[in-house]
Each structure stands twice: as structure tokens, then as C-alpha cells.
Design a protein around this ligand. Structure first.
Ligand code: G6P
Length: 605
């Protein structure tokens, strides 16, 4: 969601904050703002829209000061106008916030009743006014901040500066992540390691209920009972140079083309090709005794979970439930005793997935998480963590995280099958060899990107596009549709190929392109028959398949895929659908890395 940075530094804060906000823009880009504190008081600059608009404002009206707070916003309460942009400031305080203050209406009524006025519609401004009220009542800054926190309900991360206090910053975490970065005579706050890359690599992750009082030389952390606590220091793996587009036009493009490398990197952590074995991190439970697996995730990670269900059920013969995280706990799921619940999340912070994890933990499940961000909340709250090692993913549309999630899930399915005695060592070794081959085949597909680019340009004018597949390729069809709609704004849906005739086929005419995902396997004949039904109704079929071109007779286009083993084929088919979405969006001229209304990390329910 929103991105936060706070600096108590020894050099001008604004350029450092702007660099950090650039790295945080993936969390939201509806508006941005910075505030600094100097002996002259608090000052801020804000602008609706992307960070570049704030840069223009700062160029026209620079802001001095070595200490400051900054924010990129993904709007929850109130439109993305300048008045609603953070920092929210009164004569006494400046505040940036990520999350939602659920009781803001009653607090606003209370404050309005005693004379406070509000310039915008945000829940955050209420926090600024409340803290101001406690300071005006004569409380010392720490007492006023504590009193404010005690009144807030909801999920939030806050970072606060106080007028007249040039060497003081407060931070608080309840539900939304916040991390302290320590330096030499300077200290920092940020939403995540990305915010602090280039500022500090010594990170202290706050826990829910924690708040911090920070000066240039000291960091004091307190828990929700205001008891001083020590939290471990971890070393950030994220270097500022990793968050760079290089020669690519977009982060998404860079991340698509990185996939052979990062998938090889991820697999390198899980496979022992010499001995033909899978190595998983230690777990405080025995895979052999797990009776059932529950997979929970959102967005692209949810489609990775859906693919994994096919693998786990087919190879390991363990029953799998798959749920969208935002629905999971409200359906009162039936857990199996001693069951394993696995939470898949690139960020490791998605609020719905985290809430589902806590629900499963409260129900006594074993908890595993598959995350990209190592210090993330989900990783910290899991019994077993399976990192995907994709490196920072900046493009809002997830690409390399998806294929790395799939790679880790495939390795997991093989290990589970082996632990359950469903497959012998020779079968494990064969699967390991197949997985090892995936990066080479991925590179081969990416070398033919011009063909996909031409198809994407051709269909980019369509109003609706359908993606169809059977079996394990059904979730790939849904992921293809999600990618396309989120960055090109073309309406797209993914369907099980056999389901088309039960309704969606009514949409087909000569203007509707249909992407058929049909590797040459025991189901491809049926999928190709469904594609023929579409062609009979003048639909433009684009076939993604390793089948020979005769099967593609009369089809509008055929992208020839390499032939591969069953296990890795779904991973490979993720690539052409990503490329299709990417090049369609480029053709349409949309903002590929920052599509409208979206954010990469969604820390509200
Ligand atoms: C957002 C992003 C999606 C992502 C989803 C889940 O909606 O735009 O790309 O798949 O969140 O994120 P997670 O970090 O939990 O994988």
C-alpha cells in the first residue's frame, strides 16, 4: 500500500527521501509528499499524481532540512487530491501513514466538537489533530504519542515529526509493516527494506503494537504495553543497485527477461542435481504425516497456488484446498488435524493473506509461507519459510515472482511425494533433472519474443480477450487474463476450455481474440476441439502449443512452444502470456509499471 520513509540525518533530507520514494512508488502512486523539520519549524510539499509531480513542486519550491518524512499514497479514504496527500500537518506535527484508522469518524467528531478543523477527508489527518491536541494539553512528545496510539483502532504504520524537535522521530506499527534502519549518527524509518536501500542495511523490524522513539544516536522500541523491548537486527539483502531498470524500458520488462536467471537461482536453493534430490529448509513437522494441505493467497500468488494444487494432488496424492485469502477466514474453513497451511505472497505483507495465516495458526495448523521478501511479517510468523529468491520485484504486475513461486512449489510437491513414499528416488531424480532444464527452455521462449510482440500489437485494439486452458493450464489462463487486464486495461477472462460452451461462448465473434493454452498432452485434443468451436463462431484463435502446426490449421496465429516435461510446462507457459500482456500494454501506451488504481503491496483488507 502506501510507502513511508523517515530520516533523521546529517545531510539534506529531501534528495534522500525522493530516492527512497522512487523505490517505494510501487506501493502506491496516487499522490506523494515530503515534510522536513528545521529550526524554522515544519514545512511540507505535496502533489497529486506520480512522484514526478512532487519533483516539479520541489524544483519550484525547495525544502531545506536534514530530517524529514515522505510518503507515496494508495488512496483509501479520500480522493487523491493535494489536500488528501500526506504528510498531514498541523502547527505542531507532521505525519505519514500507511493503513486505515477504522475509528477515524468517531475521533473526527470528537475533535471537531472541541474546535479542530480539517482540510481533507483522510483518516490520517485525524491522527495529526489528535496528537496535536495531546501536545497542546501540555504532554511531552513521548506521552502525547503514547496517548494518541492508545486511541487508534485499525491497521497502521505511522511516522511522525514534531515542531521544535529536530532530533526526534516517532514510528508505530499495528498491522502495517514498519522497519527501523540504523546508521552512523543518523537513523531511519521505512515501510520495508526497499525504502531503506541505500540508507541503511541494518534493519530492525517492528512487531505489531510496537512503537519507536528515534533520535540521530538512539533507537528505543516499546511494545503495546509501553514496555521497552529489544528486537533483533537483521542485515538487509536489498541493495539500491538491485532496484534499477538497467537498459530496460520498464521494470516489468526487466523482470520478465530476468526469469531464466532468477528461476535458476531459486531452484539452486532447493535442488541437489548431483544427487538428484530436493532439499527443503528444516521444518518442525514431518511432511510424511501431513494429511491435507491448504493453500491461500491473493492475485497472481493465488494462481500459483491453483497450479500447485494439480502438482500436489497428482504427484503426492495429498488433498489440497485452495482459497483466495480475502474469502478464506469468512467461510469458516474445515482444517484437517495436523494439516499444513501454506501462504503464498511475493511481499509477505498482503493483509488478507496475513489474516488468513493467523486464522490457520489459531486453529492449530502447521504454517509455511512462500515469500519473496525475507524479513516480511508472513515469513516471521511461519513455522517453515520457503523463500523464492526472485530478487526485488518492482513492476506492479507480478512476473518473476510467479515463476519463482511455481518453481519452489514444484520442488515442494516432489519432496512431499517422496516423503509420503508416493514416488521412488529415481522418480525424484527425474523430476529434479526436469526442473533443472526449465531456465534453458525459458530463455529459448524469450528469444522468440518478437513473435509474441507482433501478436500483441495485432490484438491490442480488442475490447475483450479470452484465455482458455484445461487442467493445470486453466490457472495459467486466468493469470494471463489478469496480467492483460491489469496493465493494458483490455477486458480479459480466463476460462476452463470445457466451460466456454456453458456461457462465455456467447461473447465470441470476429472481434474477440481467444488465447488457447494447449501443450501437446492427453488433454490437448479436447482443448483444440473447444478452440475449433470458437473458430466456428469466427473467434480469432491464437494457439500457444508445442503441437505441430497442422493442429493449428486455420487458426489466427500459433506460437510454437518447446516440448517439456509435465512438471515444468505450466512454468514455461507463464512467459508468453506475460509477454502478450506487456507488449499489448506498451502498444496501448499505458503506464506498465504503475497501472491505474493498483498497488503492489496491499496492506489493507
Ligand atoms: C496485488 C498485486 C498483485 C499481487 C497481489 C498479491 O494485488 O498487484 O500483483 O499478485 O497483490 O500480492 P502478494 O505480495 O501477496 O503476492
Amino acid at each position: 500500500m502506501c510507502g513511508i520513509v523517515g530520516i533523521l540525518g546529517n545531510s539534506p533530507a529531501v534528495p534522500r527521501m525522493m530516492e527512497s520514494l522512487k523505490r517505494l512508488e510501487y506501493r502506491g502512486y496516487d499522490s506523494a509528499g515530503v515534510a522536513t523539520v528545521t529550526s524554522a519549524g515544519l514545512n511540507r510539499r505535496r502533489a497529486p499524481g506520480k512522484l514526478s509531480a512532487l519533483s516539479d513542486v520541489l524544483a519550484a519550491a525547495p525544502l531545506e532540512g536534514d530530517s524529514g518524512i515522505g510518503h507515496t499514497r494508495w488512496a483509501t479514504h479520500g480522493e487523491p487530491t493535494e489536500n488528501n496527500a500526506h504528510p498531514h500537518q498541523t502547527e505542531r506535527v507532521a505525519i505519514v501513514h500507511n493503513g486505515i484508522i477504522e475509528n477515524f469518524k468517531s475521533l473526527k467528531n470528537e475533535l471537531s466538537g472541541t474546535g479542530a478543523t480539517f482540510e481533507g477527508d483522510t483518516d490520517t489527518e485525524v491522527v495529526a489533530r489528535l496528537l496535536t491536541r495531546y501536545l497542546e494539553d501540555g504532554n511531552a512528545p513521548r506521552d502525547a504519542f503514547q496517548a494518541t496510539l492508545a486511541r487508534l483502532e485499525g491497521a497502521f504504520a505511522l511516522c511522525v515529526l514534531i515542531n521544535g524537535e529536530e532530533n526526534l522521530m516517532f514510528g508505530a506499527r499495528e498491522g502495517s509493516p514498519l522497519v527501523v534502519g540504523t546508521g552512523q549518527g543518523e537513523n531511519f524509518l521505512g515501510s520495508d527494506a526497499m525504502a531503506l536501500a541505500g540508507l541503511s542495511n541494518q534493519l530492525i523490524y517492528l512487531e505489531d503494537g510496537d512503537w519507536a522513539e528515534i533520535t540521530r544516536d538512539t533507537v528505543q522500541i516499546f511494545d503495546r504495553n509501553n514496555t521497552a523491548v529489544q528486537r533483533p537486527v537483521s542485515i538487509s539483502q536489498v541493495a539500491a543497485t538491485m532496484i534499477d531498470k538497467g537498459n530496460h524500458r520498464h521494470f516489468m520488462q526487466k523482470e520478465i527477461y530476468e526469469q531464466p536467471t532468477v528461476v535458476a537461482q531459486a531452484l539452486g536453493r532447493y535442488l541437489d542435481p548431483i544427487n538428484g534430490r530436493v532439499k527443503l529448509p528444516d521444518a518442525p513437522f514431518d511432511l510424511a504425516t501431513i494429511p491435507k494441505i491448504t493453500l491461500v493467497a491473493c492475485g497472481t500468488s493465488f494462481y500459483a497456488a491453483q497450479v500447485a494444487r494439480y502438482w500436489i494432488e497428482k504427484i503426492a496424492r495429498v488433498p489440497v484446498d485452495v482459497d483466495i485469502a480475502s474469502e478464506f477466514r469468512y467461510r469458516d474453513p474445515v482444517y484437517a488435524e495436523n494439516g499444513l497451511s501454506i501462504f503464498i505472497s511475493q511481499s509477505g505483507e498482503t493483509m488478507d493473506t496475513l489474516a488468513a495465516l493467523r486464522h490457520a495458526r489459531a486453529a492449530g495448523q502447521h504454517i509455511a509461507s512462500i515469500v519473496n521478501v525475507l524479513g516480511s511479517t508472513m515469513a516471521r510468523e511461519s513455522d517453515m519459510v520457503l523463500p523464492i529468491h526472485a530478487g526485488p520485484e518492482v513492476g506492479v504486475a507480478s512476473t518473476k515472482a510467479f515463476t519463482c513461486q511455481l518453481s519452489v512449489l514444484a520442488a515442494f510437491a516432489v519432496q512431499l511425494a517422496s516423503a509420503k513414499g508416493r514416488i521412488d528416488d529415481a522418480a525424484v531424480a527425474a523430476y529434479v533433472a526436469e526442473l533443472e532444464h526449465a531456465p534453458t527452455l525459458m530463455a529459448k521462449i524469450l528469444r522468440k519474443d518478437e513473435e509474441i510482440e507482433a501478436i500483441a500489437q495485432d490484438i491490442s485494439g480488442a475490447r475483450d480477450i479470452l484465455f482458455v486452458g484445461r487442467g493445470i493450464y486453466f490457472p495459467i489462463a486466468m493469470e494471463g487474463a489478469l496480467k492483460l487486464k491489469e496493465i493494458s486495461y483490455i477486458h480479459a477472462e480466463g476460462y476452463a476450455a470445457g466451460e466456454l460452451k456453458h456461457g462465455p461462448i456467447a461473447l465470441i465473434d470476429e472481434n474477440v481474440p481467444v488465447i488457447g493454452i494447449a501443450p501437446n498432452d492427453d488433454l490437448s485434443g479436447k482443448t483444440i476441439s473447444n478452440l475449433q468451436e470458437i473458430m466456428a463462431r469466427k473467434g480469432k484463435v491464437i494457439l500457444l502449443s508445442d503441437t505441430d502446426s497442422t493442429a493449428a490449421d486455420n487458426m489466427y496465429a500459433h506460437f510454437q512452444m518447446p516440448t517439456a516435461g509435465d512438471l515444468i510446462t505450466p512454468i514455461l507457459y507463464a512467459l508468453p502470456v506475460q509477454l502478450l500482456a506487456y507488449y499489448a500494454a506498451v502498444e496501448k501506451g499505458t503506464d506498465v509499471d504503475m497501472p491505474r488504481n493498483l498497488a503492489k503491496s496491499v496492506t489493507v483488507e
